[in-house]
Design a protein. Structure first.
Length: 226
């Protein structure tokens, strides 16, 4: 009797089982990395001794093959553990779902208790519908999960074209802004009048030098005019 109680007390919960499985996976991954290092090392030894010591090269290849066989076994163990983790997680989800359904059923029972006799038949029909729905959900949950995702190619192409058009519009706007910044303004004509360039004085014709006789003749003409 005590043994039975002790077994019940040490019963692992889904969370504990998942934790232990993940720890085992981590240990196997470390072991696999270690063996891969050994394989690489043995391959180097075989390459070094392939021409000068064929016996050592052959032994290195044998050890490499043994390590590879261990890695294959570890990979199989990892696959089994990963499948167990997924199975426990799915079972735990199903359990939580069923608990929620039970809580919903209890809530419906408490509500139905407040109904009178005339509404019992209608209430029972509702309960049957809800239970049928619960069974359909339970069956759907128990089915294998399809991880494939279907996409609407036409919708994706339309969205891609819209993004391309937005990118093109943005680049056109950037190009127009750069062109406006690089535009060189034409020089404006000054409003004030430009002063005229001073011209050098024109040379005057040199007056002929008058002789003494000419001056006397002019004085005589002036005296006669008086």
């Amino acid at each position: 009797m005590n043994l039975f109680r002790r077994a019940q007390a040490t019963k692992a919960t889904p969370k504990d089982a998942i934790v232990r499985l993940r720890e085992s996976l981590e240990m196997l991954e470390k072991r696999e990395r270690y063996l891969q290092t050994k394989i690489d090392n043995e391959l180097k030894i075989a390459k070094v001794n392939v021409s000068k010591n064929k016996r050592a090269a052959l032994m290195a290849l044998k050890r490499k093959k043994a390590y590879e066989d261990q890695i294959q076994k570890i990979m199989g163990s990892r696959m089994t553990l990963e499948q167990q983790v997924m199975a426990i997680e799915n079972a735990n989800v199903n359990l939580e779902t069923m608990n929620a359904m039970k809580a919903g059923a209890d809530a419906m029972k408490s509500i139905h208790g407040a109904l009178d006799v005339n509404k019992v038949d209608a209430t029972m029909d509702d309960i049957r519908e809800q239970m049928d729905l619960a069974n359909e959900i339970s069956e759907a949950i128990s089915q294998p999960v399809n991880f494939g995702v279907e996409f609407d190619e036409d919708e994706l192409n339309e969205e891609l074209e819209l993004l391309e058009q937005e990118d093109l519009d943005a680049r056109l706007l950037d190009t127009a802004g750069v062109g406006a910044e690089l535009e060189v303004e034409a020089p404006s004509v000054p409003s004030a009048a430009v002063p005229a360039i001073a011209q050098p004085p024109r040379p005057t014709r040199a007056q002929p030098v008058k002789s003494d006789e000419d001056r006397e003749l002019e004085e005589l003409r002036a005296a006669m005019a008086l």
